[in-house]
Design a protein around this ligand. Structure first.
Ligand code: GDP
Length: 219
């Protein structure tokens, strides 16, 4: 689909993640899978969406956040990988596992492959409070991630960049890749979003993400 070509409706809103107390996760349950906006839960729960390329560590991050080893497995079951998967945490807020994005190889060229439902959800869902875009911290900026975040910035939805698998290399290497990514995003009139590093192995970044979510829950 050509979501990347949609008109850019405005500048991204910057909303930094404040420091608050530590949120305890007491419950995490799968709610539903949606194949269209009309299938999304009809509720007023605030939603926090997670997205990234395949293998970026999204399932590991969702399991880490929820303290449940197999929560994200639900999203990987046949038929659900292209759907939006909703999980309710602490009976209070919703974690939405979004299908990833990538380049689909066509006969003649590469085509940006971006699930249309994801575009609709990100542009239209009133419950959506923040998107966490997962990026592999081991890699120099990938065109696909830079392209997606540029598009997302144009929607005006608050988002954070989460650099995953930080345990896999030195802190200096992670910092260098983050700096390169920020550089690749910084065009005139674009605000670079919040970013944090995480590791499903060391649990780094978990508290920071939960604090950000908690902050968004405050009236
Ligand atoms: P997904 O496709 O984005 O859901 O990625 P997964 O969570 O399934 O992770 C892909 C692979 O990377 C698996 O082998 C994970 O064990 C590994 N992985 C994910 N996160 C981390 C991390 O923070 N550190 C390390 N060392 N490995 C990770």
């Amino acid at each position: 689909m050509d979501s990347m070509k949609r008109p850019n409706p405005g500048l991204p809103r910057r909303s930094p993640l404040p420091i608050l107390g530590r949120m305890q996760i007491k419950s995490a349950v799968f709610v539903t899978s949606a194949r269209g906006l009309s299938d999304c839960p009809a509720w007023d729960r605030p939603e926090f969406a997670f997205i990234g390329r395949s293998n970026v560590g999204k399932s590991s991050m969702i399991n880490l956040l929820s303290n449940k080893d197999a929560l994200a497995k639900v999203s990987a079951t046949p038929g659900k990988t292209r759907m939006l998967n909703f999980f309710l945490l602490n009976d209070l807020w919703c974690l939405v596992d979004l299908p990833g994005y990538g380049f689909a190889k066509t006969a003649k060229s590469e085509k940006f492959d971006f699930n249309e439902l994801v575009g609709d959800y990100l542009e239209q869902r009133a419950n959506l409070r923040r998107v966490f875009v997962l990026i592999d911290s081991r890699l120099t900026p990938q065109r696909i991630d830079v392209g997606f975040t540029a598009w997302l910035g144009g929607t005006g939805v608050p988002f954070s960049l989460v650099f995953t698998k930080a345990d896999k290399q030195s802190a200096a290497k992670t910092r260098a890749n983050i700096a390169l990514f920020q550089e690749s995003m910084s065009q005139p009139h674009t605000t670079v979003p919040d970013f944090l590093t995480c590791s499903a192995k060391t649990r780094a970044g978990r508290d920071e993400i939960l604090r950000g979510i908690e902050a968004s829950l405050k009236p």
